[in-house]
Design a binder for this molecule. Structure first.
Ligand SMILES: CC(C)(COP(=O)(O)OP(=O)(O)OC[C@H]1O[C@@H](n2cnc3c(N)ncnc32)[C@H](O)[C@@H]1OP(=O)(O)O)[C@@H](O)C(=O)NCCC(=O)NCCS
Length: 185
């Protein structure tokens, strides 16, 4: 059963059949350009297991994305509590990672709008945040399309990232009240 449904997508729990296409996208250097390295098959499977375990325990999380018209797994989008300390934590993050073949169709923004609505309407959160390395223009564009605002005062060096080129992160915020105005709900 899908957890969330949009016009073109299901945001659902992870299935065994997602593992191969997930490993493929995690092994793609372009998809993983803003991360330390592409993931091995084992690391990718382990991540899928972790994301599904979080959904099973909380009832929500970083959901697998399925394109409704084809049944294809195309990546993930969803919500997670931050798991490190920074000036803006504790907080709830909205995040996304899609296969390159699924870029340029608006899928990340469509899925993120559903996840943001879930955060505000079902979880009653006051605010969600998103962050990424400074030069991840595509991810920052998704944040802007969602109506998120760049809060420069809280840009930060990610404590888990060791590589200089990837350490500086930008912080974006979306308040429940603003989301309702932007999305019209
Ligand atoms: C970040 C990421 C999910 C963004 O994907 P994306 O395809 O650029 O974003 P969207 O799904 O919102 O699609 C927007 C694009 O689709 C186009 N589009 C086409 N049809 C559309 C439609 N029906 N609705 C909306 N946009 C549409 C938009 O014009 C836009 O095109 P542009 O990039 O040429 O301006 C993707 O680049 C990715 O997975 N990157 C690697 C992982 C990563 O860095 N994740 C973030 C880490 S914090």
């Amino acid at each position: 059963m899908p957890e969330l449904t949009t016009q073109r997508l299901y945001l659902r729990r992870w299935q065994a059949g997602d593992r191969a296409p997930f490993a493929e996208l995690n092994g793609d250097r372009e998809v993983m350009r803003h991360f330390p390295a592409p993931l091995t098959r084992d690391a990718s499977d382990e991540l899928a297991d972790r994301l599904q375990a979080a959904i099973a325990s909380r009832g929500w999380g970083l959901w697998a994305l399925e394109e409704r018209s084809t049944g294809a797994f195309i990546g993930f989008t969803g919500l997670a509590p931050t798991d490190f300390e920074a000036s803006f934590t504790p907080a709830f993050e909205i995040g996304w990672r899609l296969a390159r073949s699924a870029w340029g169709s608006g899928f990340a923004t469509e899925a993120a709008r559903a996840a943001a609505a879930f955060a505000f309407d079902e979880l009653d959160l006051e605010e969600i945040v998103s962050f990424t390395v400074q030069h991840n223009a595509r991810s920052r564009a998704v944040m802007r399309r969602l109506g998120m605002r760049h809060d420069q005062a809280h840009d930060f060096d990610h404590p888990r990232v060791l590589e200089d080129r990837l350490r500086r992160h930008v912080l974006y915020r979306l308040a429940a009240s603003r989301s309702r105005v932007v999305q019209g709900h």
